[in-house]
Design a protein around this ligand. Structure first.
Ligand SMILES: [Zn+2]
Length: 291
């Protein structure tokens, strides 16, 4: 609701600025970013002498704008691929980094940021116990990457009690919220081993559950940057019995916080783009209770 209100406010302000500007040049009217709105407001003030203060609303607009990404995709709960809801491009892939933040996550986030590529970082609580580790998580989150829940201690959920599953999942959400001020909106079980209980619990906690469609960095033959980059870009892993390509629209790509993956990451992103795929913004993926 809040977002819709801001969209309306932006519309109203632009409309006002546009109407009152009279002879202002067309370029500034077309531009919808807030800087330009400010320019319009300023022009307006020069013309109307007694207006002194900027309207307060404008500062709030600048803060809220990055959050207002339109929901255009959903996760298919059988194939785990990313599907467009309406007219959105289907030529997208989702990047995910699991077992973070260990030794490489921050570097990986910086690489992705430099390439303007979004990704979800699925984190474990046992990597978030020191102040330094917490600061790394906050930095990754502040760079614009959503934080997903990968359980507190990375146990196989099929091998522990329901009470322990709850501690693994809810305990980590509490910890993440304490660090970044927001609870995770995505959940991925260690080893992709979901139980009925954990799936329901994750949904109750407001998280979208997902496994992945392919990934190679955890197989020994691909623990090498060049070989991994080739496998991720082609979708083929002939050395682990995947002699065909798993790269297709909506592929949900599993990667980990590992040295060789960090080293291959830039090549993976640029290689996928060369093949016509863009990295989907997780903010555009439909969340639980969002339509
Ligand atoms: Zn994992």
């Amino acid at each position: 609701m809040k977002r819709k209100l801001f969209v309306l406010l932006i519309g109203a302000i632009l409309l006002l600025a546009g109407c009152n500007n009279g002879n202002a040049d067309e370029d500034s009217e077309k531009n919808e970013n807030s800087d330009e709105t400010q320019t319009n407001e300023e022009n307006q003030e020069e013309e109307i002498e007694d207006v002194v203060e900027e309207p307060e609303v404008e500062e709030e607009l600048v803060e809220e704008e990055p959050e207002s990404v339109e929901v255009e995709y959903q996760i298919n709960s059988e194939t785990w691929s990313v599907e467009p809801l309406a007219d959105a491009s289907e030529d997208v892939v989702l990047l995910t980094i699991d077992d973070a933040p260990a030794d490489n996550a921050l570097e990986m986030a910086k690489t992705l940021k430099g390439l303007d590529a979004k990704a979800i970082f699925f984190v474990n609580g046992h990597f978030l116990e020191t102040d330094e580790e917490k600061a790394v998580l906050k930095e990754i989150y502040d760079m614009g990457f959503p934080i997903g829940n990968h359980t507190y201690t990375h146990k196989n959920l099929k091998e522990i009690s329901e009470e322990e599953q709850r501690e693994e999942i809810v305990g980590l959400n509490d910890l993440v919220e304490e660090i970044i001020g927001e609870r995770p909106k995505f959940f991925r079980a260690p080893h992709g081993a979901n139980t009925d209980y954990s799936t329901d619990l994750a949904k109750d906690e407001g998280m979208v559950v997902m496994n992945w469609t392919y990934g190679y960095d955890y197989f020994t033959p691909y623990q090498d940057a060049d070989k991994l980059a080739t496998a991720m870009i082609t979708g083929e892993g002939p050395e682990v019995d995947v002699p065909y390509s798993l790269l297709k629209p909506g592929a949900n790509l599993l990667m980990h916080d590992r040295d060789w993956t960090a080293a291959a990451l830039e090549e993976i992103v640029t290689g996928l783009r060369d093949k016509g795929y863009e990295m989907v913004d997780p903010a555009a993926i439909q969340k639980v209770n969002e339509s």
